[in-house]
Write a protein that binds this ligand. Structure first.
Ligand code: SF4
Length: 194
């Protein structure tokens, strides 16, 4: 029987250690290679479109997210690579904003313009569990890099409540080594979609 990486770490209590390490990185944010150094634990959401506000606020980094997570949508998705889609779809959760900000982004309403709503960690976990109940083959977090601590926290809640399908880290590929070490063994499938 398949056992996901996050589930093994959850069972050994290591997942909580990873969460603590990841949240520490938010204090002077170095979650990604931009190393903005802002205190995201006190930060608030600013979309990429609002450049003026982003330059004014000292606790806003390039990705424009603070402590909270914003989600644009979640659903079974059939447009991903076929091994992820299978017959019942990949359980995608689209995260608002991005740390990479490609000028050619096909999801620019989400990644640049900030479309989405703030969700609690419990709601984030609930989306994962809903997608599993809908028989998706995996949980596919789209653009997770700038919210790794929150993703790990939501995973812990979801794992406690029975999440077991593989976790896909569907990122832009602009990752820091320190964060990747925290993720080691948690993520089942990496999809760096540069
Ligand atoms: S995650 Fe955001 S705030 Fe943190 S270093 Fe990267 S772009 Fe800057």
């Amino acid at each position: 029987m398949f056992v996901s990486g996050y589930q093994k770490l959850h069972d050994s209590n290591e997942l909580q250690n990873r969460i603590d390490l990841a949240y520490e990185l938010l204090r002077k944010c170095r979650i990604c290679p931009r190393e903005c150094g802002v205190n995201r634990l006190e930060g608030e959401f600013v979309s990429h479109a609002n450049k003026e506000l982003r330059t004014k606020r000292s606790n806003i980094g390039v990705c424009g997210l603070g402590k909270d997570v914003m989600v644009s949508s979640f659903s079974p998705h059939f447009g991903e690579e076929s091994p992820l889609v299978g017959r019942r779809g990949s359980g995608t959760i689209f995260i608002t904003n991005c740390n990479l900000k490609c000028v050619f982004c096909q999801n620019d309403d989400i990644s640049h313009l900030g479309h989405g709503s703030t969700v609690t960690l419990e709601e984030f976990a609930g989306m994962m569990l809903t997608l599993q109940r809908q028989d998706c083959h995996n949980i596919n977090i789209v653009t997770p890099t700038h919210i790794v601590p929150q993703m790990l926290s939501a995973l812990r809640i979801a794992a406690t409540n029975g999440l077991r399908v593989p976790l896909v880290y569907n990122c832009g590929g602009y990752e820091s080594l320190e964060t990747l070490k925290i993720l080691d063994g948690v993520v089942d499938i990496y999809m760096p979609d540069f």
